[in-house]
Design a protein around this ligand. Structure first.
Ligand code: FES
Length: 166
């Protein structure tokens, strides 16, 4: 994996032709996240089906208002989590995303973290809706993610941005 100051071929490919871009109407889970340091926001939509007592991610789509690295990270994240159980998806980290992308420039590593946040937040949203027992670690992560999103949206409001908040 490289940490060159340039985008890898794979990053450019996912940025120019993002996989699974768009919204899932009536999604079973939505993860909304934002990064107040740069103002980027991301929405991850999931369709989740119960199979043999496990919740499996059948479909994943995203909308990202952000930089090339954020778009490429979300695109790759949707590909990685499709077909995984929610427990497996919770273990996906930005390292997996970076590996798949062939690395990101150091100043852009936080963009892959935003995609990791989106996965955590979408699963949190699903567990909440289903009334499932939420692990303490995920609950704490949600609090941090929510605070960061609120800060980001507050910043957008001040600047007069419209970022499709739903
Ligand atoms: S610059 Fe912030 S997510 Fe890319």
């Amino acid at each position: 994996m490289s940490n060159s100051q340039f985008y890898s071929k794979k990053v450019m490919e996912h940025f120019l032709k993002p996989r699974n871009y768009g919204r899932i109407e009536n999604a079973d889970a939505v993860g909304k996240v934002g990064d107040p340091s740069c103002g980027d926001v991301m929405w991850l939509y999931l369709k989740i089906k119960e199979k043999n007592g496990k919740y499996v991610i059948e479909e994943a789509k995203f909308e990202t208002f952000g930089c090339a690295a954020a778009i490429a990270s979300s695109s790759v994240a949707t590909e990685i989590i499709k077909g995984k159980t929610i427990e497996e998806a919770l273990k996906v980290s930005n390292k997996d995303i970076l590996k798949e992308l062939g690395g990101l420039p150091l100043v852009k590593v936080h963009c892959s973290l935003l995609a990791e946040d989106a996965i955590r937040e979408a699963i949190y949203n699903f567990m909440r809706k289903k009334g499932l027992q939420i692990p303490e670690e995920l609950e704490k992560r949600h609090e941090k993610i929510k605070a960061r999103l609120d800060k980001t949206l507050e910043m957008h409001k001040k600047l007069g941005y419209v970022t499709g908040e739903n």
